[in-house]
Write a protein that binds this ligand. Structure first.
Ligand code: ADP
Ligand code: MG
Length: 338
């Protein structure tokens, strides 16, 4: 058994009060309450899993509200399923709490359950311990057999796209940390708050792209860093046309200069969008999906045969390669980097 979270509300009270649902779908053979959850996977489907951890002070400010922490922890974890083209089904929750505060737990669990419901993803188990506030969400989804997006399948000649806007993650963080010093409109503040704490997860896009894209990746660590993963895994070069990057008005307002907004978009991270590559024969199909409003996406570059021994990512403006001062532009976020 785990550590006891509080003398007032025991671990088991807490689980049954806030994290047990009595309306589970028939795919949940055994949900919260036994040693493990048991779920039924349809024949011909494969299970897709990913886990993400959010630590107070590192992934969200200590001032964040319980409801916001819940949506952020869940949505950022779910984004990995979107990037694989998987359909969300179940999740587990490992919750480490400094204390069992009823009001906090009420707000957290209501917001979590409501957010998960939007994506038809059900809580089937977890773990509860006492310690510094940390939330791990493990998401489970399904794909038809071998029918998913991966990093290693980009081909020279593919067009490169990204869903939604890029740069909002970095702009939102800057706003959340220095909000008072920035004079941006209430609409921009609300937009960035939502982007940071409750980003729309690109599940619909991922499900549609499985049929038309060669490669896909979630760009939560920053566009440059994540595209480099595709370049290396696929052994191709990738060109980004920085003039085409979809930047939101709120991002431009926080950045103040276009150049700074581009830097946010390329290296900021916390953008829960999918970058994907499309072979020439499927470009019309993707344009039609965008025109029909299935998802928003912008063409931002192309995949090329690699020129050097090591594959890589290049930025171009007006067709000319551009280079950034390395201290202005870091290649995404890495824990334990010096
Ligand atoms: P064990 O002793 O086997 O680790 P626990 O006592 O941690 O089991 O949990 C009891 C039951 O409650 C299990 O079914 C577990 O999946 C579930 N559970 C524990 N914490 C949570 C949580 N935060 N959210 C959802 N389910 C939880
Ligand atoms: Mg346990």
């Amino acid at each position: 058994m785990s550590d006891k979270p509080s003398d007032l509300l025991t671990e088991f009270d807490l689980i049954s009060r806030f994290f047990t649902s009595n309306t589970q779908s028939s795919s949940v053979v055994l949900g919260v309450g036994d040693d493990c959850a048991v779920v039924a996977v349809e024949p011909g489907q494969q299970l897709v899993m990913s886990i993400d951890t959010a630590v107070e002070g590192r992934h969200f400010p200590a001032s964040a509200q319980a409801a916001d922490i819940a949506t952020r922890a869940f949505s950022t974890a779910l984004s990995d399923l979107a990037a694989m083209g998987a359909e969300p089904r179940w999740f587990t929750l490992a919750l480490t709490l400094p204390q069992a505060n009823t009001a906090w737990l009420q707000a957290f669990s209501e917001s979590l359950m409501q957010c998960a419901k939007q994506y038809a993803c059900e809580l089937v188990g977890g773990d509860t311990t006492q310690g510094p506030l940390t939330i791990s969400v493990q998401v489970h989804g399904v794909v038809s057999e071998n029918h998913f997006l991966r990093r290693s399948a980009a081909k020279a000649g593919d067009q490169l796209y990204v869903t939604g806007c890029v740069g909002n993650g970095a702009a939102a963080l800057r706003y959340l940390l220095n909000g008072n010093a920035l004079s941006i409109s209430q609409d921009h503040q609300d937009y960035l708050h939502k982007h940071f704490y409750a980003p729309a997860v690109q599940i619909k896009a991922g499900l549609a792209l499985v049929n038309v894209a060669n490669a896909g990746i979630d760009i939560s660590d920053g566009l440059l860093a994540d595209l480099e993963h595709i370049a290396l895994a696929s052994d191709v070069d990738i060109d980004i046309d920085v003039d085409c990057l979809p930047l939101s008005p709120a991002c431009l307002a926080v950045a103040q200069t276009h150049e700074q907004a581009v830097a946010y978009a390329l290296s900021g991270g916390d953008d829960y969008q999918i970058a994907f590559t499309v072979p020439a024969e499927n470009v019309t199909a993707v344009s039609n999906m965008i025109a029909q409003g299935l998802f928003r996406a912008t063409k931002i570059g192309a995949v090329r045969d690699k020129k050097n021994a090591q594959a890589g990512v290049r930025c171009l403006s007006e067709g000319v390669p551009i280079y950034f001062e390395s201290n202005n532009l870091q290649k995404g976020y890495q824990h334990f980097a010096s």
